[in-house]
Design a protein around this ligand. Structure first.
Ligand code: SF4
Length: 336
């Protein structure tokens, strides 16, 4: 059934009230990210095609960065951001700013973009539909365009469990495909997440193609087990019509804490290299991550890598130092 604008009606039983599911949080057995006992209804349904305006081709407005590094800073701390960016500057083409909810709720994405612009670091900013209605999302997009970011990473957002505990009402007014459409209309370079390892695995390449139809220009390939699964996903995505540059996630997990934090994210499967890194010292961590990234960059269709994870759970400074060393090695640069 469709609504009056031609879009399919949201699935009321989905906690995120998605119309174009499934989200990337489906559990390995097909259970819902939010309630494991509830089977995600999108897993057994035909994939819904994007019913809005379809964008011709994937016009990428800027050269795709080779190295995009996850930004790990103390939430809502300008001082922490300044210290970390001083370490990362020059070691990557952009930093990927997460949009965390719950206990790690940070400054708004547009404010992070402003701080990063002032710090002289390219910002690729995640904007999640979680906890923002369409009015708030439109304001964030306008602000990101005004500040000038490398790209905006449009996601529906994972479920964060503070509802009830803190009394706030959960909001999933829009979902990823609508946000992509609006971000393109705002003139931004738009990336999305590909989640090859999340059920229904066979539908994930087509799900990406629908995001591309809505306007996505770059795909960040989430952790799915290493270069082999990434290559198979890209081939299937091309067959489905998603001809975009791919930036593949590479885990940088220098200790057990950073490995555990990354592994608990929904819908991902880590490369075995991440396990080796977690048992290394800092220099071994850098070597393992550089080697894993180099293998990923050899995969046809992979235009860049996203250095993903906290690198070290010791401190934000230790994490940034490892990330900077990995990025600099990959770019053939020295970092001050
Ligand atoms: S897994 Fe995601 S898409 Fe599926 S029902 Fe749960 S929240 Fe909705």
């Amino acid at each position: 059934m469709n609504d009056t604008s031609g879009h399919p009606t949201p699935v009321a039983a989905c906690p995120k009230t998605m119309a174009y599911g499934p989200c990337g949080g489906v559990r390995p057995d097909g259970g819902c990210e939010v309630d494991p006992a509830f089977p995600c209804p999108f897993v057994t349904s035909p994939l819904r095609s994007w019913a809005g305006a379809r964008r011709p081709g994937p016009p990428v407005a800027a050269a795709t960065p080779t190295v995009v590094t996850d930004l790990h800073v103390q939430p809502r701390s300008t001082g922490s951001l300044q210290a970390v960016t001083a370490t990362l500057r020059g070691s990557c083409d952009a930093v990927l700013v997460g949009d965390h909810g719950g206990a790690r709720n940070d400054f708004p994405p547009s404010h992070m973009a402003l701080l990063l612009r002032d710090a002289g670091v390219g910002a690729w900013v995640t904007l999640s539909c979680r906890d923002r209605n369409r009015v708030a999302l439109a304001a964030e997009l306008a602000a990101l365009a005004d500040v000038g970011v490398v790209g905006v990473h449009c996601v529906t957002g994972d479920w964060q469990g503070l509802a009830g505990a803190s009394g706030e009402r959960k909001v999933f007014d829009l979902e990823c495909l609508y946000l992509i459409d609006q971000a393109r209309s705002a003139g931004l370079l738009v990336s999305v997440a590909g989640t090859p390892a999340a059920p229904p695995v066979e539908l994930r390449p087509r799900r990406l193609a629908e995001k591309v139809a809505a306007g996505a220009q770059v795909c960040f390939v989430n952790h799915c087990g290493g270069p082999g699964p990434v290559r198979r996903y890209i081939e299937a995505a091309h067959e489905a019509g998603a001809a975009v540059p791919f930036i593949a996630c590479v885990a940088v997990t220098g200790d057990r804490g950073s490995l555990t934090s990354l592994a608990r994210l929904p819908g991902i499967v880590l490369d075995q290299a991440a396990e080796r890194e977690a048992q290394s010292d800092a220099s071994g961590t850098v070597d393992v991550a550089v080697a894993a990234a180099a293998r990923m960059l050899d995969v046809e269709g992979v235009a860049g890598v996203n250095l993903s994870g906290a690198a070290s759970s010791a401190s934000y400074g230790a994490s940034a130092a490892i990330m900077a060393a990995v990025g600099a090695r990959l770019l053939g640069r020295s970092v001050a």
